[in-house]
Write a protein of this length. Sequence first.
Lengths: 181, 127
Amino acid sequence: MSSPYKGMSPNTIKLRYLGKVTFDLVDSLLLIVLKRLEEIEEDVNLRKKVYSIIMECSQNLCIHVDAQSSHKIYDIGCVSISVRKKLDGYKITSGNFISNERVSHLRETLDEVNKNATPEGLKKLYNKVLTNNNYSTKGGGGLGLIDIARRSNHKLEYTIDPIDDKYSFFKLKVSIKKNSK
Amino acid sequence: MTRLILESTPKTPDVHFDRDSGIFEIKGMSCAEYALDFYRPVFEWMDGYMINPKSKTTLNVKLKYFNTSSAKCILQLLERIGKIQEKGFNIEINWYYSKDDEQMITDGENYSVILGLPINLVEIEKK
Protein backbone atom coordinates (compact mmCIF):
# COMPACT_ATOMS: atom_id res chain seq x y z
CA MET A 1 0.00 0.00 0.00
CA SER A 2 1.43 3.37 -0.88
CA SER A 3 0.49 6.80 0.36
CA PRO A 4 1.63 10.29 -0.58
CA TYR A 5 3.14 10.80 2.87
CA LYS A 6 4.92 7.44 3.14
CA GLY A 7 8.57 8.03 3.93
CA MET A 8 7.98 11.54 5.26
CA SER A 9 9.44 10.77 8.67
CA PRO A 10 11.58 13.50 10.27
CA ASN A 11 14.80 11.51 10.14
CA THR A 12 15.08 10.44 6.59
CA ILE A 13 16.32 11.57 3.22
CA LYS A 14 15.04 10.45 -0.11
CA LEU A 15 16.22 12.42 -3.07
CA ARG A 16 16.18 11.48 -6.72
CA TYR A 17 17.19 13.57 -9.68
CA LEU A 18 16.69 12.57 -13.28
CA GLY A 19 17.58 14.98 -16.05
CA LYS A 20 20.30 17.16 -17.52
CA VAL A 21 23.26 17.86 -15.32
CA THR A 22 25.54 20.86 -14.90
CA PHE A 23 28.16 21.74 -12.31
CA ASP A 24 25.84 24.39 -10.85
CA LEU A 25 23.04 21.90 -10.50
CA VAL A 26 25.34 19.41 -8.79
CA ASP A 27 26.46 22.14 -6.38
CA SER A 28 22.84 22.85 -5.46
CA LEU A 29 22.04 19.17 -4.98
CA LEU A 30 25.12 18.69 -2.81
CA LEU A 31 24.18 21.66 -0.69
CA ILE A 32 20.70 20.23 -0.09
CA VAL A 33 22.14 16.82 0.77
CA LEU A 34 24.78 18.26 3.11
CA LYS A 35 22.24 20.38 4.96
CA ARG A 36 19.86 17.46 5.33
CA LEU A 37 22.61 15.08 6.46
CA GLU A 38 23.65 17.54 9.15
CA GLU A 39 20.07 17.51 10.41
CA ILE A 40 19.44 13.78 10.38
CA GLU A 41 22.80 12.04 10.79
CA GLU A 42 24.58 12.31 14.11
CA ASP A 43 27.43 9.96 13.18
CA VAL A 44 30.05 12.34 11.78
CA ASN A 45 31.95 9.63 9.95
CA LEU A 46 28.88 8.15 8.34
CA ARG A 47 27.68 11.62 7.31
CA LYS A 48 31.02 12.38 5.74
CA LYS A 49 31.18 9.06 3.92
CA VAL A 50 27.71 9.57 2.43
CA TYR A 51 28.47 13.14 1.42
CA SER A 52 31.83 12.18 -0.11
CA ILE A 53 30.35 9.37 -2.14
CA ILE A 54 27.50 11.51 -3.45
CA MET A 55 30.00 14.18 -4.38
CA GLU A 56 32.29 11.78 -6.25
CA CYS A 57 29.34 10.15 -8.02
CA SER A 58 27.80 13.44 -9.10
CA GLN A 59 31.10 15.04 -10.13
CA ASN A 60 31.87 11.92 -12.17
CA LEU A 61 28.51 12.36 -13.89
CA CYS A 62 29.34 15.96 -14.76
CA ILE A 63 32.83 15.22 -16.01
CA HIS A 64 31.97 12.15 -18.06
CA VAL A 65 28.54 12.91 -19.46
CA ASP A 66 28.55 13.33 -23.21
CA ALA A 67 25.95 16.09 -23.38
CA GLN A 68 26.74 17.16 -26.93
CA SER A 69 25.71 13.91 -28.54
CA SER A 70 22.28 13.34 -29.99
CA HIS A 71 20.25 10.17 -30.00
CA LYS A 72 16.94 9.35 -31.63
CA ILE A 73 15.32 7.93 -28.47
CA TYR A 74 17.28 9.08 -25.42
CA ASP A 75 18.69 12.35 -24.19
CA ILE A 76 22.32 11.33 -23.78
CA GLY A 77 22.98 14.32 -21.53
CA CYS A 78 20.52 13.03 -18.93
CA VAL A 79 21.71 11.35 -15.76
CA SER A 80 20.14 9.93 -12.65
CA ILE A 81 21.33 10.25 -9.09
CA SER A 82 19.59 9.22 -5.93
CA VAL A 83 20.25 9.00 -2.21
CA ARG A 84 18.10 7.21 0.30
CA LYS A 85 18.41 6.59 3.98
CA LYS A 86 17.62 3.03 4.99
CA LEU A 87 17.39 1.36 8.37
CA ASP A 88 20.94 0.02 8.18
CA GLY A 89 22.63 2.89 6.34
CA TYR A 90 22.38 4.72 3.03
CA LYS A 91 21.96 3.75 -0.59
CA ILE A 92 23.28 5.90 -3.41
CA THR A 93 22.81 5.19 -7.09
CA SER A 94 23.99 7.04 -10.14
CA GLY A 95 23.45 6.38 -13.81
CA ASN A 96 24.60 7.85 -17.09
CA PHE A 97 24.92 7.04 -20.75
CA ILE A 98 28.38 6.15 -21.93
CA SER A 99 29.70 5.73 -25.44
CA ASN A 100 30.56 2.13 -26.26
CA GLU A 101 34.16 3.11 -27.01
CA ARG A 102 34.65 3.91 -23.33
CA VAL A 103 33.00 0.80 -21.94
CA SER A 104 36.05 -1.50 -21.91
CA HIS A 105 38.22 1.08 -20.10
CA LEU A 106 35.48 1.73 -17.52
CA ARG A 107 34.98 -2.00 -17.00
CA GLU A 108 38.73 -2.50 -16.51
CA THR A 109 38.81 0.26 -13.89
CA LEU A 110 35.77 -1.12 -12.04
CA ASP A 111 37.16 -4.66 -12.13
CA GLU A 112 40.54 -3.52 -10.85
CA VAL A 113 38.83 -1.79 -7.91
CA ASN A 114 36.75 -4.89 -7.18
CA LYS A 115 39.78 -7.21 -7.41
CA ASN A 116 41.39 -5.12 -4.67
CA ALA A 117 38.29 -4.64 -2.55
CA THR A 118 39.82 -5.17 0.87
CA PRO A 119 40.77 -2.20 3.08
CA GLU A 120 44.47 -2.95 2.53
CA GLY A 121 44.04 -3.64 -1.21
CA LEU A 122 42.09 -0.43 -1.78
CA LYS A 123 44.62 1.58 0.21
CA LYS A 124 47.43 0.25 -2.00
CA LEU A 125 45.49 0.95 -5.18
CA TYR A 126 44.50 4.43 -3.96
CA ASN A 127 48.12 5.27 -3.17
CA LYS A 128 49.31 3.89 -6.51
CA VAL A 129 46.94 6.19 -8.41
CA LEU A 130 47.44 9.09 -5.98
CA THR A 131 51.17 9.14 -6.69
CA ASN A 132 51.09 8.45 -10.45
CA ASN A 133 50.94 12.16 -11.30
CA ASN A 134 48.47 11.51 -14.14
CA TYR A 135 45.37 13.50 -14.90
CA SER A 136 42.87 12.30 -17.49
CA THR A 137 42.06 14.43 -20.51
CA LYS A 138 38.81 15.30 -18.73
CA GLY A 139 40.70 16.54 -15.67
CA GLY A 140 39.90 13.69 -13.30
CA GLY A 141 42.62 12.12 -11.23
CA GLY A 142 41.32 8.56 -11.59
CA LEU A 143 40.72 8.21 -7.85
CA GLY A 144 36.93 8.65 -7.77
CA LEU A 145 35.80 5.03 -8.08
CA ILE A 146 38.57 3.78 -5.77
CA ASP A 147 37.56 6.34 -3.17
CA ILE A 148 33.90 5.33 -3.41
CA ALA A 149 34.85 1.69 -2.75
CA ARG A 150 37.29 2.72 -0.01
CA ARG A 151 34.71 4.79 1.83
CA SER A 152 31.81 2.37 1.43
CA ASN A 153 34.11 -0.52 2.35
CA HIS A 154 32.47 -2.60 -0.32
CA LYS A 155 32.89 -3.82 -3.88
CA LEU A 156 31.40 -1.58 -6.55
CA GLU A 157 28.06 -2.94 -7.65
CA TYR A 158 27.38 -1.90 -11.22
CA THR A 159 25.66 -2.71 -14.48
CA ILE A 160 26.56 -1.63 -18.00
CA ASP A 161 23.59 -2.26 -20.29
CA PRO A 162 24.04 -1.92 -24.05
CA ILE A 163 21.50 0.48 -25.60
CA ASP A 164 22.54 0.25 -29.24
CA ASP A 165 25.70 0.19 -31.37
CA LYS A 166 26.79 3.60 -29.99
CA TYR A 167 25.75 3.79 -26.34
CA SER A 168 25.41 1.86 -23.12
CA PHE A 169 23.97 2.83 -19.76
CA PHE A 170 26.22 2.68 -16.72
CA LYS A 171 24.57 2.33 -13.33
CA LEU A 172 26.48 2.34 -10.05
CA LYS A 173 24.90 1.27 -6.77
CA VAL A 174 26.65 2.03 -3.51
CA SER A 175 25.54 0.91 -0.06
CA ILE A 176 27.03 2.47 3.03
CA LYS A 177 26.33 0.50 6.16
CA LYS A 178 26.19 1.99 9.63
CA ASN A 179 29.22 1.16 11.75
CA SER A 180 31.30 0.08 8.74
CA LYS A 181 34.91 1.08 9.32
CA MET B 1 54.88 38.54 -4.10
CA THR B 2 55.29 38.60 -0.32
CA ARG B 3 51.99 36.93 0.30
CA LEU B 4 49.66 34.65 -1.55
CA ILE B 5 46.10 35.20 -0.43
CA LEU B 6 43.11 33.49 -2.01
CA GLU B 7 39.68 33.96 -0.51
CA SER B 8 37.64 30.82 0.06
CA THR B 9 34.61 29.86 -2.00
CA PRO B 10 32.12 27.05 -1.27
CA LYS B 11 34.35 24.73 -3.31
CA THR B 12 37.86 26.10 -2.84
CA PRO B 13 39.83 26.74 0.34
CA ASP B 14 41.13 29.91 1.89
CA VAL B 15 44.86 30.16 1.14
CA HIS B 16 47.12 32.38 3.20
CA PHE B 17 50.82 31.91 2.49
CA ASP B 18 53.19 34.46 4.04
CA ARG B 19 56.77 34.55 2.76
CA ASP B 20 58.00 36.80 5.59
CA SER B 21 56.86 34.56 8.43
CA GLY B 22 57.20 31.28 6.51
CA ILE B 23 53.74 30.33 7.76
CA PHE B 24 51.35 28.88 5.19
CA GLU B 25 47.73 28.05 5.89
CA ILE B 26 45.10 26.35 3.80
CA LYS B 27 41.60 26.14 5.25
CA GLY B 28 38.03 25.17 4.36
CA MET B 29 36.58 23.05 1.59
CA SER B 30 38.56 21.78 -1.38
CA CYS B 31 36.13 20.08 -3.71
CA ALA B 32 36.35 21.72 -7.13
CA GLU B 33 35.84 19.30 -10.00
CA TYR B 34 39.07 20.47 -11.63
CA ALA B 35 41.16 21.13 -8.54
CA LEU B 36 44.38 21.49 -10.52
CA ASP B 37 43.08 24.74 -12.03
CA PHE B 38 42.81 26.16 -8.51
CA TYR B 39 46.12 24.82 -7.21
CA ARG B 40 48.29 25.68 -10.23
CA PRO B 41 48.93 29.30 -9.12
CA VAL B 42 49.58 28.04 -5.58
CA PHE B 43 52.27 25.70 -6.92
CA GLU B 44 53.80 28.49 -9.02
CA TRP B 45 54.00 30.75 -5.95
CA MET B 46 55.52 27.90 -3.93
CA ASP B 47 58.12 27.23 -6.63
CA GLY B 48 59.22 30.86 -6.35
CA TYR B 49 59.35 30.67 -2.56
CA MET B 50 61.40 27.46 -2.62
CA ILE B 51 64.33 29.21 -4.31
CA ASN B 52 65.01 31.15 -1.13
CA PRO B 53 62.83 29.85 1.71
CA LYS B 54 62.77 31.01 5.33
CA SER B 55 64.86 29.05 7.85
CA LYS B 56 61.59 27.46 8.97
CA THR B 57 58.45 26.85 6.92
CA THR B 58 55.20 25.86 8.62
CA LEU B 59 52.24 24.49 6.70
CA ASN B 60 48.89 24.35 8.50
CA VAL B 61 46.32 22.23 6.69
CA LYS B 62 42.87 22.94 8.09
CA LEU B 63 40.65 21.33 5.51
CA LYS B 64 37.13 20.35 6.41
CA TYR B 65 36.78 18.19 3.35
CA PHE B 66 38.68 17.48 0.13
CA ASN B 67 37.63 15.49 -2.93
CA THR B 68 39.73 13.08 -4.94
CA SER B 69 40.61 15.72 -7.51
CA SER B 70 42.16 17.77 -4.67
CA ALA B 71 43.91 14.75 -3.12
CA LYS B 72 46.61 14.75 -5.81
CA CYS B 73 47.08 18.51 -5.49
CA ILE B 74 47.52 18.26 -1.72
CA LEU B 75 50.15 15.60 -2.36
CA GLN B 76 51.98 18.00 -4.68
CA LEU B 77 51.76 20.75 -2.08
CA LEU B 78 53.25 18.50 0.60
CA GLU B 79 55.94 17.31 -1.81
CA ARG B 80 57.09 20.89 -2.19
CA ILE B 81 57.38 21.24 1.59
CA GLY B 82 59.42 18.02 1.54
CA LYS B 83 61.78 19.51 -1.03
CA ILE B 84 62.35 22.51 1.25
CA GLN B 85 63.39 20.06 3.97
CA GLU B 86 65.70 18.24 1.54
CA LYS B 87 67.49 21.53 0.96
CA GLY B 88 68.35 21.61 4.67
CA PHE B 89 65.67 23.97 5.96
CA ASN B 90 63.31 23.30 8.86
CA ILE B 91 59.72 22.44 8.18
CA GLU B 92 56.60 21.80 10.24
CA ILE B 93 53.38 20.35 8.88
CA ASN B 94 50.25 20.48 11.03
CA TRP B 95 47.27 18.51 9.79
CA TYR B 96 44.09 19.57 11.59
CA TYR B 97 41.04 17.36 11.99
CA SER B 98 37.69 17.61 13.75
CA LYS B 99 36.92 15.25 16.60
CA ASP B 100 35.74 11.84 15.30
CA ASP B 101 36.77 12.58 11.71
CA GLU B 102 38.53 9.27 11.15
CA GLN B 103 38.95 9.75 7.41
CA MET B 104 40.83 13.01 7.85
CA ILE B 105 43.14 11.36 10.40
CA THR B 106 43.74 8.42 8.05
CA ASP B 107 44.47 10.76 5.15
CA GLY B 108 46.99 12.76 7.19
CA GLU B 109 48.75 9.59 8.30
CA ASN B 110 48.72 8.27 4.75
CA TYR B 111 50.40 11.38 3.32
CA SER B 112 53.02 11.14 6.05
CA VAL B 113 53.85 7.53 5.12
CA ILE B 114 53.80 8.09 1.34
CA LEU B 115 56.09 11.11 1.51
CA GLY B 116 58.19 10.10 4.51
CA LEU B 117 57.43 13.45 6.10
CA PRO B 118 56.59 14.20 9.72
CA ILE B 119 52.98 15.38 9.88
CA ASN B 120 51.54 16.47 13.22
CA LEU B 121 47.89 15.50 13.64
CA VAL B 122 46.11 18.22 15.58
CA GLU B 123 42.54 17.96 16.82
CA ILE B 124 40.52 21.12 16.34
CA GLU B 125 39.02 22.24 19.62
CA LYS B 126 35.30 22.97 19.39
CA LYS B 127 34.46 26.48 20.52
